[in-house]
Design a protein. Structure first.
Ligand code: PLP
Length: 398
């Protein structure tokens, strides 16, 4: 006998992982260069050179036992203070190393935050579609329920939908901007409006509604005019769930943090619950070497001009072929409207042309497909004739 829920999760891969595995198999059959895999959000640019420099420095200069030993459960004090000081300086909003908890990436940050904030069975967390599918797994794993809200026509949060969804069981809202899968960056105006609504509701229900800001793509924006709001600067009861997976191209190293805003009404209690949740989930401490690398390289990124070029090539190319795409201000995903009702059927047709795209259904957005453009630019160039044939098959016109 095994745990039913764990068994169900473990015996079925996510649609994205399924496609990624298919791509590897198909590559062996027809040659990797003939498979246009746009399934996974695995960064394609190398980590900035400072990462390797710092790893070498630490390995050569720091005593091995100290370098590889356990750190405090919440992370090395110097690391936490450095990151908090950087955040305060970058965003003009005071953060505190003693309220920051180092984690194994954003997935761990989210599970820890959700476990820390779930009070009882039946508690609810809200999210706007489209959303990262693992949220449902994480929220339900914490014993709560995920309620998905419809966005507006630009895939921005619909504040009216938020107002209608609020009730005393709502513990928090997960906000992911720049967004996976749409690439949309939520506007400062809409986010401020949301903050006002949540503040009022918190007052009305007599308990804070937490803003869980999932920010693995914070630095991945391509136009000067695009402003990514730092949530603690507009809302008090905020937990920032950050990851170095995308900005530093380190997804396999599992490093990130949860930062509780010092302005939280119950900041000390929330932080204690974060530490407790990390303990309960068995994290012990985040990887010691990469805590130090993260602190030294915090704020740096890989070469984002590659993603920008890929975005422009793909967005420009597909819209020219007649596809309707959401303009992606950030992250490294393009969200394309399916030219037929069923996005799954569209993905199957694309697969027939060796184009591996992910149907939007799992992201809570039927009728769209996600194209991950964190790939070699050459793959996009090679894929264009296949996209062109697909557009012709649907009779699309520019
Ligand atoms: N949140 C979002 C929106 C993501 O896209 C991802 C990964 O793709 C994660 C969280 C998890 O990131 P990490 O690899 O840091 O755990």
């Amino acid at each position: 006998m095994v745990n039913e829920r764990a068994y169900a999760l473990g015996s079925k891969r996510s649609a994205i992982r399924e496609l990624f595995e298919y791509a590897k198999k198909r590559g062996e059959e027809i040659g990797e260069e003939n498979v246009f895999d746009f399934s996974l959000g695995n960064p394609s640019v190398p980590a900035p050179k400072e990462v390797n420099v710092e790893i070498c420095r630490l390995v050569n200069e720091m005593p091995s036992v100290a370098l590889h030993g356990y750190t405090s459960a919440q992370g090395d004090k110097g690391v936490r203070d450095t990151i908090a000081q950087n955040l305060s300086a970058r965003f003009g909003c005071e953060m505190d190393g003693d309220l920051l908890y180092m984690t194994c990436g954003a997935a761990a940050s989210l599970t820890i935050a959700l476990h820390a904030l779930t009070v009882e069975k039946g508690d609810e967390f809200l999210v706007f579609a489209p959303y990262f599918p693992e949220y449902k797994v994480f929220v339900e794993g914490a014993g709560a329920k995920l309620t998905v809200l419809s966005p507006d026509e630009n895939l921005q949060p619909d504040v009216e939908a938020l107002k209608k969804a609020l009730n005393p069981r709502v513990r928090g809202i997960i906000v992911n901007s720049p967004n996976n899968p749409s690439g949309v960056v939520y506007t400062p105006e809409i986010l401020s409006e949301m903050a006002g609504v949540l503040q009022e509701a918190s007052k009305k229900f007599g308990a804070p509604i937490y803003w869980i800001s999932d920010e693995p793509y914070r630095e991945l924006v391509y136009d000067k005019a695009t402003k990514v709001v730092f949530a603690p600067s507009i809302y008090e009861d905020t937990l920032v769930c950050y990851s170095y997976s995308k900005a530093l191209s380190l997804p396999g190293e599992r490093i990130g943090y949860v930062a509780v805003s010092p302005k939280c009404q119950e900041a000390a209690a929330v932080y204690a619950a974060v530490c407790g949740a990390g303990r309960q989930l068995g994290y012990v401490c985040a990887p010691a070497l990469f805590q130090r690398v993260a602190a030294a390289c915090d704020g740096l990124t890989g070469d984002l001009s590659v993603y920008q070029k890929n975005r422009d090539l793909l967005y420009g190319g597909l819209t020219k072929l007649g596809f309707t795409c959401v303009y992606p201000d950030g992250a490294f995903y393009l969200f394309v409207k399916s030219p037929e009702l069923s996005s799954a059927a569209f993905c199957e047709k694309a697969k027939g042309r060796e184009l591996l795209l992910v149907a939007g259904d799992d992201f809570g957005a039927e009728g769209y497909v996600r194209v991950a453009y964190c790939v070699d630019t050459a793959r996009i160039e090679r894929a264009m004739p296949a996209f062109e044939k697909l557009a012709k098959e649907y009779g699309l016109k520019a």
